[in-house]
Design a protein around this ligand. Structure first.
Ligand SMILES: Nc1nc2c(ncn2[C@@H]2O[C@H](COP(=O)(O)OP(=O)(O)O)[C@@H](O)[C@H]2O)c(=O)[nH]1
Ligand SMILES: [Mg+2]
Length: 251
């Protein structure tokens, strides 16, 4: 079959980023995907923690994957930088996994959840999931941001908690759809079988497109300018994926 020169058939794994604020259930979602898919796909995982390898340890102890297939990147104080501006450490971790366990079908990369607006660079992942949870409040989907509006998939997680936190899931879904147009949203609970199948069904579709050479990595866009506790201001408005540069303008 002649190859499409713009989208050659990939010789490597599908790299899928999982982003979203701390505690929304990123590690749990990765554990769930491993549990569901490890029988049919060869999977590796890269976690990003600020100072620890806690996510990697959680996933290893969950026993859903050979512990050797779970690697931790320690990102230092600025976790979004490691998935967006200078992805070197993460790319090396992904490529090492791919080399050590060749061939892999899927590498899941968990972001060090720092805030609502961090997204992955398309230089690191082929597709990305953004995870919110209902306990974060029903209005969070409406507030938007590049991940919420333009990640390949938005997950509204822990819907089993909705009655306990007074969140209207259909309304939250409607708000998310309004922010995302045609892009898919899954209302997920690990306790709800049908929702788990929606998630794995979405991933199977992306993987099929990727293997057919039809998938294109899309950039949800940079995070909003923001400040750090030390007074450093980040303005991520320009493209600097590969140049190692950083806009750290001091106020
Ligand atoms: N009730 C409920 N809790 C969940 C669900 N998914 C994850 N959690 C819990 O949410 C908490 C944070 O999950 P974790 O995966 O560590 O979040 P992360 O910081 O985004 O990686 C943990 O206590 C999980 O057990 C879910 O579907 N339902
Ligand atoms: Mg985690």
């Amino acid at each position: 079959m002649p190859e499409n020169p713009r989208n050659p058939v990939p010789a490597r794994s599908l790299r899928l980023g999982v982003a979203g604020p701390v505690g929304t259930g990123k590690s749990s979602l990765i554990a769930l995907l491993c549990r569901e898919l490890a029988g049919s796909l060869r999977i590796g995982v890269v976690t990003n923690d600020i100072y620890t390898d806690e996510d990697a340890r959680f996933l290893r102890s969950a026993g859903v994957l050979d512990p050797e297939r779970i690697r931790a990147v320690e990102t230092g104080a600025c976790p979004h930088t490691a998935i967006r501006d200078d992805v070197t450490a993460n790319l090396l971790a992904v490529e090492d996994l791919e080399a050590d366990f060749d061939p892999l079908d899927l590498v899941l990369v968990e972001s060090g959840g720092d805030n609502l607006t961090a997204t992955f660079s398309p230089a690191l992942v082929d597709a990305q999931v953004f995870v919110l949870d209902v306990a974060g409040g029903g209005d969070v989907a409406r507030k938007g941001g590049p991940g919420i509006a333009r990640a390949d998939l938005l997950v509204l997680n822990k819907t089993d908690l909705a009655p306990h936190v007074g969140v209207d899931v259909p309304q939250m879904l409607a708000d998310a759809r309004a922010a995302r147009g045609e892009r898919p949203v899954v209302a997920l609970s690990r306790l709800d079988r049908a929702s788990v199948e929606q998630l794995t069904g979405w991933l199977a579709g992306v993987l099929a497109e990727f293997r057919a050479g039809r998938h294109e990595a899309r950039d949800p866009g940079p995070m909003a300018p923001h400040s750090h506790a030390d007074g450093t201001v980040h303005a991520h408005e320009h493209a600097h994926e590969h140049d190692g540069e950083h806009a750290h303008a001091l106020p």
